[in-house]
Design a protein around this ligand. Structure first.
Ligand code: ZN
Length: 305
């Protein structure tokens, strides 16, 4: 589309029988790759949302070889409602609803709309998340393994240049980035921030990550390049076996030793339902700091370095 180069276009991804999803398509003057950056799949994970809003304003077409499509806030109702993980209209988690369908409820239709609009334009896709309102998290990257050698190779080239503490291989395939990977698009998910909070420092770190990705894809030069994350090949994800009171005894980013107590889950009368202990020496990647948890809710995740 020659007539559109060197432009900033406000776009709206049409969703069947629902409001469209807004974004900004910045088309550079010179040819190159297309990077897609999405945020707000989960409406209370604020760092990515704010970072994408700022970059949409700041980046000029003249600075780019290729283009970037920014989608700052996919789940707009979840954001305004303060809904944890879900799209309020049908209470579904969009990051578990790929591939979508035009026949499904609104979350499934949103997934379909995102696939149809974004996937065929993407040379690389990054989806921004964080800990939710009930969680604390250390900055980390999930990347796809099991979506083919090429996808893994292209994704690893980017990860090596990312200033994020840890990276974790993932075989998930029902999320925005993970289903993209399954469709052959190099993609990753960055987690930064949490607890329903945000700060300028965290937003700047997130913007720095996007600049690092643009640099590897030769879309835009990034001044400050830092060494990449440590790979965490083995992660233990502990879940609540029942609903209850969760007394977490760890801090994110801290180290644990094999056998060390991670936390206790009790019932409302204080009876211990389960004590969670570390199965190996590792680092705490994220945890639920909320006191009340429901059955099967994630409690704590720690990885072996
Ligand atoms: Zn999320």
């Amino acid at each position: 589309m020659l007539q559109n180069i060197g432009e900033k276009l406000e776009i709206e991804i049409p969703v069947l029988n629902a409001p469209g999803i807004k974004g900004m398509w910045i088309k550079g003057r010179l040819p190159g790759k297309t990077l897609i950056v999405t945020a707000g799949v989960h409406g209370c994970e604020y760092i990515g949302i704010q970072a994408v809003r700022e970059l949409s304003e700041e980046i000029k077409p003249d600075e780019l070889n290729g283009s970037v499509i920014f989608i700052p806030l996919i789940n707009e109702n979840g954001f305004y409602e303060g809904a944890k993980q879900i799209v309020p209209e049908d209470k579904k988690n969009l990051n578990r609803c790929f591939p979508g369908s035009t026949k499904g409820s609104v979350t499934s239709r949103m997934a379909k709309a995102l696939e149809m609009y974004l996937y065929d334009k993407a040379d690389f896709l990054v989806d921004l998340h964080g800990g939710d309102v009930n969680e604390s998290m250390t900055p980390l990257v999930f990347f796809p393994v099991g979506a083919g050698e090429n996808v893994e190779l292209e994704t690893r080239k980017v990860i090596e240049k990312l200033s994020v503490e840890y990276c974790i291989p993932s075989k998930a395939d029902k999320g925005l980035y993970s289903y993209a990977a399954k469709c052959g698009i190099p993609a990753l998910l960055i987690e930064r921030g949490g607890g329903g909070r945000w700060s300028v420092d965290e937003v700047n770190s997130c913007k720095q990550n996007i600049c690092e990705i643009m640099d590897v894809l030769s879309i835009k030069k990034c001044k400050k390049l830092i060494k990449g994350p440590a790979e965490v090949a083995h992660v233990s994800y502990e879940e609540a076996v029942e609903k209850g009171f969760w007394y977490c005894l760890q801090e994110v980013g801290g180290n644990v030793e094999k056998g060390e107590l991670l936390g206790r889950l009790t019932d409302s009368s204080g009876e211990i339902i389960r004590e969670y202990k570390a199965e190996f020496d590792g680092v705490i990647l994220y945890l639920t700091h909320a006191l009340g948890v429901k059955k099967e809710e994630p409690l704590i995740a720690y990885g072996k370095l």
